[in-house]
Design a binder for this molecule. Structure first.
Ligand code: 0XW
Ligand code: MG
Length: 368
């Protein structure tokens, strides 16, 4: 079996409703890139990457596409089932750009599932459960609006809420955390996520001011070292997200006892293959993580869900997907939606998603 063609396609993902506000970004539309890998047997696999805009992390749409233009010629002719070998070739062709490589990795896993007649979760050791909890991220907003959303999302079945803070007056963050905490039902847990937007002094003051409220404080400050220092002075478990850029930084964080859990994004670390290892390392350390990505449609959503379904429930803090902010699906029949706060694995092999790329759709670029 050989790769004979790799093509890229653009999928605009406008955000429905309010802009998506975090401490350092406000987003109204995202741009996703789909990758289609075609083999000589006619089996095709699909992947996707979708940076959270151009300023969130060192990733952006055009940079990812340029990285794939550099990489793809080296992949033509390879056996797509030898995923680790193909990844070696990608790393020899280009250093870094893990977010772009994640889309190739995803498509290769999709092909493997279709060839072996198995869902990706079952190639990753098997699903522990067929439904996996999602969680909802409440963007930066007023205390009153945050309370309204918290009530609404709990009524919809979510049992984990993430509340964005940072990038504004500390008093407003404190008021919002306190007000939302008051309306959390039994069994609903809260993550307060600053996406690196709090100064160390403010992260410490937020934790002290809200010492009566139960939550994990996620990625409060800009750097790993700042979070490590803040951890010594706060009253809440600390999660790391953006600074865990690869397996090595995860191993360092575990060795330093720097975190009580992790918000993990598949594209940041390089794809399903890397998230599988991170899953196992976190499990061996007894530390929970989420199985998320920055953004994306049904392909990214399925990839996060496939991995999340294989995680032990007590170590899986949920699978976040962007579907609530996206109108429609790539796959009208099998698109990934949240029902009662839960995600259900698609039945089909691989990702179980056909992204609806028409035969007449012109690719941004094709190789092979
Ligand atoms: C909530 N997320 C997983 C989605 C956005 O990309 C931000 C991210 C986070 O937790 O930082
Ligand atoms: Mg986060």
């Amino acid at each position: 079996m050989r790769i004979v063609e790799i093509s890229m396609f653009h999928r605009p993902l406008p955000i429905n409703g309010e802009p998506y506000r975090m401490a350092l970004q406000e987003l109204t539309s995202l741009d996703s890139t789909l990758v289609r890998i075609t083999t000589d047997t006619g089996v095709t696999g699909f992947g996707e990457f979708c940076p959270l805009g151009s300023a969130y992390q060192p990733q952006h749409m055009l940079g990812g596409r340029a990285a794939l233009e550099e990489i793809c010629p080296y992949l033509i002719g390879l056996n797509p089932l030898l995923i680790d070998r193909a990844y070696d070739v990608m790393n020899q062709a280009l250093c870094g750009s893990l977010y772009a490589k994640s889309a190739i990795d995803m498509a290769l896993w999709d092909i493997a599932g279709k060839v072996y007649g198995a869902r990706i979760c079952d190639l990753l050791g098997g699903a522990v459960r067929e439904q996996v909890p999602s969680y909802y991220a409440i963007g930066l907003t007023s205390p009153e609006k945050a309370v309204e959303i918290a009530r609404q999302k709990q009524a919809q079945g979510f049992r984990r809420l993430q509340l964005k803070v940072g990038g504004r007056e500390l008093e407003e963050d404190i008021a919002t955390v306190r007000k939302v905490s008051e309306v959390l039902g039994n069994g609903t847990v809260l993550a307060v996520d600053a996406n690196r937007g709090l100064l160390p002094r403010d992260a410490i003051q937020l934790s002290h001011a809200c010492r009566e409220q139960r939550f994990v404080l996620e990625q409060p400050c800009q750097t790993y070292e700042q979070c490590l220092a803040v951890r010594q002075h706060i009253n809440h478990p600390l999660y790391l997200d953006e600074v865990i850029e690869d397996l090595n930084t995860l191993l360092r964080a575990i060795s330093d006892n720097a975190a009580d859990g992790f918000g993990m994004k598949q594209s940041r670390v390089g794809g399903i293959s890397q998230m599988r290892t991170i899953r196992d390392v976190c499990a061996s350390a007894g530390l929970p993580m989420t199985s998320d990505d920055s953004w994306g449609g049904d392909l990214v959503a399925s990839a996060c869900l496939q991995l999340g379904a294989t995680m032990q429930p007590n170590l899986c803090d949920g699978v976040w997907i962007a579907a609530p902010y996206i109108d429609g699906h790539y796959d009208q029949d099998n698109g990934i939606s949240i029902e009662q706060g839960q995600l259900s694995l698609p039945a089909g092999p691989g990702l179980g998603i056909e992204p609806g790329i028409g035969d007449d759709e012109k690719a941004l670029i094709s190789f092979g």
